[in-house]
Design a protein around this ligand. Structure first.
Ligand code: 11C
Length: 331
């Protein structure tokens, strides 16, 4: 069986990667409906050897026979158009933050909570990139040792801000002034991603806290985060400090990570081997390394987790959700 697939935000960074990943994974697409704003309408894009014309997104865009729509065009577009699509019987997989914390919308990482997809009501949310790679690494450890507390510190690539972020870095490296970030990103680290909230945290930090609990189906987790933008184009890196309820042996952590789904263990410090953003770029796995005991607490672990934020952090995870819909016969 083949499916008619709409891509909302088809000409954006994530939208382009949706197409690449759908092709690579050989997702059974019959007709493709690329959609975008007026300024990209009429452009032809190549997919599976054919040209497809981008149409302007409008309220009637979903009147056609569309099975699935992959959205990545920002929160306000998703808020408005996802319900319109759902109304027409289209299943929406949304990459924005608009629907993630809605209690009727599953927030899914296929390696972590695939079954949650079965509760969907027409909209399924794809988590924030920095959350996705973290929970892939944490879930197998939570299952075995029960996590009590998590401290996230992130080192996030400028591609997380889209083309404007990449441009600020590239121009900054040439000595030109930043236009998008509030400070220069070239040769700098900015402890500020998304807007500041009343509690002094950024929205990016609170997304990591709230989304982790929802995906792991565990509100008892104690989580705190600091999110930092660094001058890297592709690949978010994260230092994750975890405290477990149960005692553990580090050798078992190595073997759990070595066999966990979606994870590549890179941890051979004698040979300077650990996960690096430049190695993760343009690939799908979550890379885990620098595994070592946190000697300051009873049962703590430190780890370094890296993934391509546009692939596993966005497009790949979204396409994996589409594959789950097919696998569970939910379309
Ligand atoms: C960043 N994590 O790196 C953001 C980008 O909620 O989907 C993705 C924002 C989101 O800037």
């Amino acid at each position: 069986k083949k499916y008619n697939v709409a891509i909302v935000g088809a000409t954006g960074k994530v939208g382009e990667t949706f197409l690449k990943v759908l092709e690579e994974k050989n997702f059974p697409v019959d007709k493709l409906y690329p959609m975008a704003s007026k300024k990209s309408a009429g452009i032809n894009i190549k997919f599976q050897g054919k040209d497809w014309t981008v149409e302007e997104l409008s309220e009637s865009s979903f009147d056609k026979d569309i099975d699935i729509a992959l959205f990545s065009a920002g929160g306000s577009i998703s808020l408005k158009y996802a319900p319109i699509a759902r109304e027409k019987g289209v299943i929406v997989i949304d990459n924005s933050s608009a629907w993630r914390m809605d209690k009727d919308v599953p927030l899914v990482v296929p390696e972590v909570n695939p079954e949650d997809i079965k509760k969907h009501n027409g909209i399924i949310a794809n988590p924030n990139c920095s959350t996705i790679q973290a929970v892939v690494a944490l879930k197998p450890l939570h299952d075995r040792f029960k996590i009590k507390r998590i401290v996230y510190s992130t080192y996030q690539a400028v591609s997380g801000s889209g083309v404007k972020g990449i441009r600020d870095l590239e121009e900054g490296l040439k000595g030109n002034k930043n236009e998008f970030y509030p400070h220069q990103i070239a040769f700098n680290c900015i402890p500020h991603i998304d807007v500041f909230l009343e509690n002094g945290y950024t929205k990016e930090e609170m997304k990591m806290v709230e989304e982790t609990k929802k995906i792991m189906n565990d509100d008892s987790l104690r989580i705190t985060a600091t999110a930092v933008r660094v001058p890297v184009i592709s690949g978010h890196s994260e230092s994750i400090n975890v405290e477990f309820e149960k005692p553990y042996e580090i050798s078992e952590v190595f073997s759990i990570m070595d066999s966990a789904e979606g994870i590549v263990l890179v941890d051979d410090v004698a040979n300077n081997k650990y996960p690096l953003a430049v190695d993760a770029a343009d690939t799908d796995p979550v890379y885990v390394g620098r595994l070592r005991r946190d000697e300051s607490v009873e049962s703590g672990l430190n780890m370094w987790v890296v993934a391509d934020n546009i692939r596993k952090g966005a497009a790949t995870n979204t396409v994996q959700i589409a594959e789950l819909l097919v696998k569970y016969d939910l379309i």
